[in-house]
Design a protein around this ligand. Structure first.
Ligand code: SAM
Length: 237
């Protein structure tokens, strides 16, 4: 069976160093170990974790081409997907992991220490609160989110955190086009512009996935994000 390194090379033209391969192995060990105590992932098989978590995270390389000295925030990161794979692969990328669930962030802090990653930090907050906090608002070159919320609410979570001329990448399944259509108003109201929807076909996985890229072209108006909970209850539509 091809390894993560083989897939990264053939599918993404990415060469992982021996140290990075070791870090991905160590991350998988740590994830499986912690998963016995807390619910971090439903995927229990090592090879499946390599594809469905690590390689899937790295598919962002299909739409992002610059990482060095940039700031990325992974919103609703859970156990660190897609952020951890990027932090391992790009040591000069600074990655902030944001989640409203503190115990998952403890896993990321622990994994970061075990893997000796010095380019990561965790923030325990709701995206709506972080988006109004001057320490985070319009502070990130790249904002990522996988499996967090439907596009209209997700845009209100992510676009306020994104710098002007930065990009938001939403990692989506089969509903990508419908969700993106329903988010047209939210995208423009929050200062974004849809750039592309890229289809991704991972080895051994039947259904395509999609990367929705939204450029930040205007500042987000001050009234956004609204208070925690409102973006999902009353999405901009
Ligand atoms: N991105 C990870 C992945 O793909 O495996 C985790 C996905 S998990 C289904 C969704 C995560 O988003 C949860 O950890 C949840 O706590 C977080 N989340 C949902 N809404 C949030 C919000 N408004 N602010 C911060 N985190 C949020």
């Amino acid at each position: 069976m091809p390894s993560l390194a083989d897939h990264a090379k053939s599918y993404l033209n990415l060469t992982l160093s021996d140290r990075q391969i070791e870090q991905f192995e160590q991350l998988t060990d740590t994830l499986l170990e912690w998963n016995q105590r807390m619910n971090l992932t439903a995927i229990k098989d090592r090879d499946e974790i390599m594809i469905k978590h690590h390689l899937d995270s790295l598919t962002l390389l299909k739409v992002l081409f610059e990482f060095d000295d940039l700031k990325l925030i992974d919103v609703g990161t859970g156990a660190g997907f897609p952020g951890l794979a990027l932090a391992i692969t790009f040591p000069k990328l600074h990655v902030t992991f944001l989640d409203s669930t503190g115990k998952k962030l403890k896993f990321i802090d622990h994994a970061g220490e075990a893997l000796k990653l010095d380019n990561i930090e965790t923030v325990h907050a709701r995206a709506e609160d972080a988006g109004r906090n001057p320490n985070h608002r319009e502070s990130y070159d790249i904002v990522t989110a996988r499996a967090v919320a439907r596009m209209p609410a997700l845009m209100e979570y992510t676009l306020p955190l994104c710098k002007l001329e930065g990009q938001v990448i939403a990692m989506k399944g089969g509903t990508a086009y419908d969700e993106t259509n329903s988010a047209a108003k939210a995208i423009s109201e929050l200062g974004g512009e849809l750039f592309s929807i890229e289809e991704i076909n991972l080895p051994t996985i039947e259904n395509p996935r999609y990367l929705v890229t939204v450029d930040k072209i205007d500042p987000t108006p001050k009234q956004y994000p609204r208070n925690a909970g409102i973006p999902t209850r009353e999405p901009i539509q």
